[in-house]
Each structure stands twice: as structure tokens, then as C-alpha cells.
Design a protein around this ligand. Sequence first.
Ligand code: IFM
Length: 468
Amino acid sequence: MEDPTLPASLLFGTATAAYQIEGGVHEGGRGPSIWDTYCRTPGRVARGESGDVACDHYHRYGEDVALLADLGVDLYRFSVAWPRVQPTGKGRPNPEGLAFYDRLVDTILGAGIEPALTLYHWDLPQALEDEGGWRVRDTAYRFAEYSRIVADRLGDRVNRWITLNEPFCSAFVGHAVGRHAPGTREGTPALAAAHHLLLAHGMATGELRAAAAGEVGITLNPDHFLPATDSEADRAAVERARTLHNRVWFDPIFAGAYPDNEDEVWEGMADGSYRADGDLRIIGQPLDFLGVNFYRPIMLRDAPHSEADPAARTAVDIRTEQVRIEGVRHTTMDWPVVPATFADLLIDLDRRYPNLPPIFITENGSAEDDQPDETGRVRDTGRVEYLRDHLGALATAIDAGVDVRGYFVWSLLDNFEWAYGYDRRFGLVRVDYDRLERHPKDSYHWYRDFLTSHRARRVQELATQWEG
Ligand code: IFM
């Protein structure tokens, strides 16, 4: 199958996150994060694994940036670990932590790659969790302070800033499903966490603007839902899920309002006690771009509450049930591969929110059962197909008028996949966790070739523009 052709101006990169790759959790003055605590709690993470060593990127970042340079990406998205910069989440910055990111950014720039920096990819300093974490408003102020510290230090070299990664996961997978740190199952406090994350995003945006740091955006993971049947009940279930997953974020940031169906979704749980006048103004400041992470669609049907007792319900108990999508391939995350829904989602968002800024796809990729052959080669054809088909869907969305400016593969390296530990592999590069060696897979070579032709077309177009 042929690779899709995308606008020559589209930028390409790969993405990673601090806790998933860095390791070195006790080095350089880093404080503990909620993920360190979660990983040490028996039964939380598969096989009791943790990010203690991960890919050892903290020491091997030079090798990783060399891999990026060889790949030929325009951009590299990474995250800063808040507890490296402020070990307890507040107060004076830790010079060693900032120095690490200084070196990393300089190495990325030195390789001719543009850094895209995420300020928060889930590693809240544990000391802040001990004071209430995202459930309390003060954490938003602390995040603003931290953002300003990083912007003042790196804003002269980093031009693309992402405040939060997938706040849906921080708020709801962390505080309601309980499958991510801090691992609780709560109702109103989980909704408060969502609100304080939004507030933190807005305040950080203000700080980044004040520091003249560059372009500012947020990465959301909107879901594309399919009703299991065409019944009114299943379609209503999809609407409730759309509010929980998407509208909680999109409505305040891009439409200046809280979702208008909160009562139908949460039946009094979203009591607004955590909101203050003026919050929407802080949250809804204009952004330069929106980051969208997409992996798979979700099929849902209407269902009874999981908990009969309203007092025992969590914020995700919204009378829906997931239904397996049959007849399509599933990745090792058991996620269905339906690339056309990627285009459907982007087009749908574009139509629902006329004020969306330009979009960067900040994550897209697949976990595969990568088995090296006797020579060490990983023939990950499933991943190549996945990426090619999703880029094809991206081309469809762009043709339909969606303003997409960039695309990042998740992920450069195999890494710590949160509660699944290390056996879910998303990397273009295989990491041998015993020896910490890196081995580019077939998908890495495919992406490199794709980028080579993409760049050739970019040069060609520029030449035509200037000479023609
Ligand atoms: O690994 C994660 C990443 O941290 C956030 N987005 C989804 C990825 C795959 O699950």
C-alpha cells in the first residue's frame, strides 16, 4: 500500500513523557511523584513494575536525541517532571533538575530539532497530593508557579508549550476509575480535580504569555464514540460519555461555558462547589494550538449504574457500558483499529467548536506484540500499517477543512506504559530493558523513509513557490 500524501508544510515528530522514559527517580534532587507512590503500592502496576529505571533516558538522552536526528523529525515532544524542578511542588526550584532540561533542550536544538515541551504528563509531586492534590484549588496556583519557573528558564529556546497532557486521565482515570495515580474512586472530588486542572491550564497559559515563552496549547484526548445500536437510549449514553470525556474540557476552553447537560450526566454530583466566579475567563484564554491524542474509537451502550447506592458512585458511573467492536484488528492494548474514525473525530470537533485553534496530533500510535527475530530485527508490520492508515485518515480530515499543522508518533521508545508496566510496547525503537539497549524497529525505518519523501516534497514545493 502507498503512503498517504500530506500537505508539505505539515510538521512531524515523535512524543515521550518524563516518567515513562527518564528513570533516575532518586537522582538530581528529584522528589517523589504520585506515580512513584502508586507503583510502590502492591497490586497497582503489572508485575510491580515502576519508572525507577524506565529507559534510563536521564543518562542516555544523548543517544535518544541521536536516534531522533537520524529519523529526520522536525519536532520532538517531551515532558518536564515537575518533581525534578520543584521536589515538593512548591518553593525554590531545584538547580539540578532545571540543568537536566537545559542540557536536553540544547541537545535537541543542536540536532536541528524543535522541542515541544509538555509541562504536566501526570507526575504530580507527592507532597502536593498529600495536601489534596488536584482536588484542591491551591494545586492550580502551584502549577502556575512551576510553569513560570520552567518558562523563565527554557522560554528562550523552547517555542511550543503544552500545559497539560490528557487531563481526562489525570482527573477521571486517576480519581474515579482508580487505574492511574493517585488511584482513588471518587465522585465530586474527581469533578473538582477536573476543574482545578482546567484552572491550572488557564493560569499556566497566563504565566507562559507573561514570560513571552512562545506558542501555548493543551493536549486533550477527545474520544470518538459509536453507539452500540441506533436506539435513543444508546445515543443518549454516547452523549453522556461525550460530556465526561470531551465536553468537560472543550466547552470551557473553546466555548466559554460548562457543559449544559451536567445534571443529566451526574445527577447532582457535579455540584459546582469547586468553581468560582471568573474561572471561565481564566480557563478560556485564547490558545495558539490544540494538541489531540487519538488511538481508537469507543463503542458504548446504555446501562444501569454500576453502584446502586448514589453515595458510593464515582464520577465515571454515568450509566454506560463499553461494547467490543468486532470484525477489526485489536492491538495489544486490546484497542480496536478503525482509522476512519480518526478523521470522523477531527471533522466532528471542527464542526462543533468553530473557534478551535490549529491542531497538532500530539500522539498517535499502536502497541504491538513486537518479537525480535534471531538477528534482533523487529518486523512490526502491524504498527507500520496502523501509522500509514491513520495518516491516511489525517489526510481525509485535512481535505475536509480541518486545520492540522503537525503529527507526533507515540512513541519514540518502548517505555513504561503506566498500570500495564513494560510489556505494552509503543516504540518505533525497541528497548531491551535488561541491557537498556535501543534497536530501531521496521516502523522506525518506514517513518524515516516517509519523512525523507515528505521533506523532499516540502523542498520541491518551496522551489516551485519561489521560482515558479
Ligand atoms: O502512554 C500513554 C501516554 O502517556 C498518554 N497517552 C496514551 C499513551 C498510550 O496509552
